[in-house]
Design a protein around this ligand. Structure first.
Ligand code: GLY
Length: 390
C-alpha cells in the first residue's frame, strides 16, 4: 500500500468491534471524528460469553490496587453511561444495581474470604462480613452449610450482550462506518501506522489506528515486534441456566463463592437467565466447551446453591479474555505514531467499558490519556518489549 502521500480517508480506524472497540468508536464519533470499525461480526467477541459482573470490590486481587482505582472509577460511571446509551438507542442494557454476596463453605474458604475482607477494609472499601444465617436470610436458596460471607452492596451487573447490541446501534446512530471483514495487517508506512489492509483486499487509511482486537491483539500482523501488545488468550467457560417463573426470584443478587480454593459465580438476570462462570484456563486459542469445565462449574455452583440442578441448562459457551502481564488494560498511544491500543482488559472488559471510552476519546483528541489512566499506557511494557525484539 502506498499511502504516505495521500490524505487519510478517516480520522480513526478501530480494529475490533467488541464492546471495547465499539465504545471507543462511539465516543470518538461523538467528538466529531470520522470513525470506522473493522470486524467481520461487530458486537461479538468475549462480551457474548461474559457474565457482566461489575465486581470491582469482590473481584479484588492482591497487588492490583492501581487497577482497583480504575475499576471503581468505571463502576461509578455505569449508571450515567447506561442511561446515556439507553437514551441514544432505546435499548435497555440490563444494568441492575443488585449488589453481590460472596460466601464460603468450609473453614479454609472462610479464612480466605476473611483475609479478602480485611484487605478490602484496609483500602477503605465497603464490604460487610455477615454470618451464614444472615447470608441465607438474604438468599434463601443458599446451601445450609454456608459459613459466612461478604455483603458488597456496590458490586452490580449489566447484560454484556445487550451492552454490545446497544453500542453497535449507538455507533451506527453516531455515523460510525462498519467494514465487515477481517484485518490482513495493520498498514505501517515509514514511521507511522496508517490504517489497515483487509482480507478482502481493501485498504483503509486513517490518521489514528486503534487496536482493540481483544485476545487477538497480540497476534495482529504488520506491526513491529516492539509495538505488539503482550496480550494472550485466557479461556473462560460459562453456563447459562434458565429460571422458570415458578422459581423466581431464585437469587436476588450475584452470588459468588470460594469453593475448594476456586471461584464460582452465579449472576441472576431480571429476564430469568442465570449465568454461572467461569473457568480460567491458559490453553491458547482453544474455545472448546469441555465436560470437565461444565462439571466443575456445576459442581461448585451446586455446592453453593443446591437448587440449580432443577433449572434448565440453556447454553454452554467458552470465550477468550484478553489477558495482559499485570491483568490491567493497555490504553492510549504507543511508541508507533498513529497507533493506539485499547486492549488487555482481561477479567474487567465489561466493567471498564465506560471509562475506556472516555480515556480513548481523550487520547484521540488530545494525544494524551487523562492523568488517572497514565498507569495503564502501553509504555509500561516498553522496556520488556524492546528487549524481546532484539
Ligand atoms: N470477571 C469475570 C471473569 O472474568 O470470569
Amino acid at each position: 500500500m502506498h499511502v504516505s502521500g495521500c490524505p487519510p480517508q478517516g480520522d480513526v480506524l478501530v480494529i475490533g468491534g467488541g464492546i471495547i472497540g465499539l465504545v471507543t468508536a462511539w465516543r470518538a464519533a461523538q467528538r466529531g471524528l470520522r470513525t470506522a470499525v473493522v470486524d467481520p461480526a461487530p458486537g461479538g467477541g468475549a462480551a457474548r460469553v461474559a457474565a457482566g459482573m461489575l465486581a470491582a470490590v469482590t473481584e479484588l486481587q492482591y497487588g492490583e490496587q492501581t487497577l482497583l482505582d480504575l475499576n471503581l472509577a468505571s463502576a461509578r460511571r455505569y449508571p450515567s453511561f447506561a442511561a446515556e446509551l439507553t437514551e441514544a438507542t432505546g435499548l435497555d442494557l440490563g444494568y441492575r444495581p443488585c449488589g453481590t454476596l460472596a460466601v464460603a463453605l468450609d473453614a479454609d474458604d472462610r479464612a480466605a474470604l476473611r483475609e479478602l475482607h480485611a484487605f478490602q477494609l484496609s483500602l477503605g472499601l465497603e464490604s460487610e462480613w455477615i454470618s451464614g444465617r444472615d447470608c441465607r436470610r438474604l438468599e434463601p436458596m443458599l446451601a445450609p452449610g454456608v459459613r459466612g460471607g461478604l455483603r458488597v452492596d456496590g458490586d452490580h451487573q449489566v447484560d454484556p450482550r445487550r451492552l454490545a447490541n446497544a453500542l453497535l446501534l449507538a455507533c451506527e446512530g453516531a455515523g460510525v462506518a462498519f467494514h465487515r471483514d477481517l484485518v490482513e495487517r495493520i498498514a505501517v508506512d515509514g514511521d507511522r501506522a496508517r490504517g489497515a489492509v483487509l482480507r478482502g483486499g481493501t485498504s483503509l487509511t486513517a490518521e489514528h489506528t486503534v487496536l482493540a482486537a481483544g485476545s487477538r491483539s497480540g497476534v495482529v500482523a504488520g506491526l513491529p515486534e516492539h509495538v505488539l501488545p503482550p496480550v494472550r488468550p485466557v479461556k473462560g467457560q460459562v453456563l447459562r441456566l434458565r429460571i422458570p417463573r415458578a422459581y423466581a426470584p431464585f437469587l436476588s443478587r450475584t452470588v459468588r463463592g470460594v469453593v475448594r480454593g476456586g471461584h464460582v459465580y452465579l449472576v441472576p438476570r431480571e429476564n430469568g437467565e442465570l449465568v454461572v462462570g467461569a473457568t480460567s484456563e491458559e490453553l491458547g486459542w482453544d474455545t472448546e466447551v469441555t465436560a470437565g469445565g461444565v462439571y466443575e462449574l456445576l459442581r461448585d455452583a451446586h455446592d453453593l446453591v443446591p437448587g440449580i440442578t432443577e433449572l434448565p441448562l440453556a447454553e454452554t459457551l467458552a470465550g477468550l479474555r484478553p489477558g495482559s502481564p499485570d491483568n490491567a488494560p493497555l490504553l492510549g498511544p504507543t511508541a508507533l505514531p498513529g497507533l493506539l491500543l485499547a486492549t488487555g482488559h482481561h477479567r474487567n472488559g465489561v466493567l471498564l467499558t465506560p471509562i475506556t471510552g472516555d480515556v480513548m476519546a481523550e487520547a484521540l483528541t488530545t494525544g494524551e490519556v487523562p492523568p488517572y489512566a497514565r498507569p495503564f499506557t502501553p509504555a509500561r511494557f516498553a522496556n520488556a518489549l524492546q528487549e524481546q525484539a532484539v
